[in-house]
Ligand binder design. Structure first.
Ligand code: MRU
Length: 352
């Protein structure tokens, strides 16, 4: 069966509120949360109701709109609210640079609007249009990433992915999963192995769910099975998303990605990273400077309600790791495929 992409939309602007698909409840329940305040948006990002770098950025952009839309004073009071909201939302999660990229874009737009002499209602309307544009552009960007990534795949290949870099993590299609959906649309058979992705199980709950919904041949494996599956010759390429690419090509992504990259290298399998330009942070020189979020011990000791470790045990729970550039075969963006030397070639993306 060949179908087009028909995934759930994770972020929906609904005139006067933001409807957010609660990703913590998937795949069992499909619930949209109606958000009306910036505090609710902060909480939704912090607690993974929305997650995935591009989706976090889109949500934060709408959060700025929610924070400033009730201003009744003048344009300068409105601008102050926008900037305060952006500063506040920037504290929700530290690693995905798309969050800061979107907040900077919204702040810059608001400053330009305020300086232009437009009246308050026009400023509000045009700022909302900027958030809508961020979401629309992400959809187009993901489709282009998919087109470029598809040139690296052939009918009958097996692809392994980690975490969820699919439609749920973006406006549509995803980054790492975009070529899989395009392949499906075009009748090209790709088998996907989805790592379950401990401790929050984005691979099991989200990737397996959205690929299965689209009719893609997906097999769920525990994280510690990736090496075995590779040794069987079932994986022709690894494709993952990322939360931030440093200027030297080091890549931060969901914890466990680094292990997958090392395994891929040991088996001579290409390791591809798919992302929009908004995830590339030339201001961060290397992976060592990327802030890595640490999350609560409970995610490891009693994830999903059942205690699986002794009370009081010491826990280390980083949400992301850094894969050094030497393990990365190529970075696939909306502007094309970038290979080493990454320090030179990533820069070129921004100058053309
Ligand atoms: O903690 P999460 O679920 O927000 O982590 C998400 C990831 O690591 C994704 O791979 C990354 O954001 C890319 S999404 C296109």
């Amino acid at each position: 069966m060949t179908t087009g992409y028909a995934g759930l939309q994770s972020v929906i602007w609904a005139d006067d509120r933001l409807d957010l698909l609660d990703q913590r409840l998937l795949p069992e329940e499909i619930v949209y949360l109606p958000l009306t305040t910036v505090e609710e948006v902060w909480e939704a990002i912090r607690h993974l109701k929305v997650r995935g770098a591009p989706a976090i950025g889109i949500t934060a952009a709408y959060g700025v709109v929610l924070a400033s839309r009730d201003e009744r004073g003048g344009v300068s009071d409105w601008l102050a609210r926008v900037l305060k909201a952006a500063e506040y939302l920037a504290t929700s999660r530290p690693t995905a640079v798309n969050l800061f990229w979107a907040l900077e874009r919204m702040s810059a737009k608001a400053k330009t609007l305020a300086e232009s002499g437009r009246d308050l209602e026009t400023c509000k309307r045009e700022l909302l249009e900027e958030a809508v544009a961020i979401q629309r552009e992400d959809e187009e960007t993901c489709r282009l990433i998919g087109e470029h990534a598809l040139t690296l795949l052939k009918d009958g290949m097996g692809v392994l992915t980690h975490c969820n870099a699919g439609g749920l993590a973006t406006a549509k299609y995803g980054t790492a999963l975009a070529p899989i959906y395009l392949a499906k649309e075009r009748g090209i058979d790709i088998r996907v192995f989805a790592d379950e992705t401990r401790p929050v199980l984005q691979g099991a709950r989200l990737t397996a769910f959205e690929l299965q919904q689209a009719g893609v041949d997906v097999t769920l494996i525990c994280d510690n099975m990736a090496g075995m599956v590779m040794s069987k010759g079932w994986v022709d390429a690894v494709i993952v998303g990322t939360d931030r690419v440093a200027a030297n090509g080091d890549v931060a992504n969901k914890i466990g990605t680094y292990s997958v990259a090392v395994l891929a290298k040991a088996h001579g399998i290409p390791f591809y990273v798919a992302c929009p330009l908004s995830t590339i942070d030339l201001g961060t020189p290397t992976g060592a400077e990327i802030p890595i979020e640490e999350r609560s011990a409970e995610e490891v000791t009693e994830g999903f309600g059942k205690r699986t470790a002794p009370r009081g045990v010491k826990v280390f729970n980083p949400a992301f790791d850094v894969t050094p550039a030497e393990y990365v075969t190529a970075i696939i963006t909306e502007k094309g495929i970038v290979r080493a030397p990454f320090s030179e070639n990533l820069k070129k993306l921004f100058s053309t």
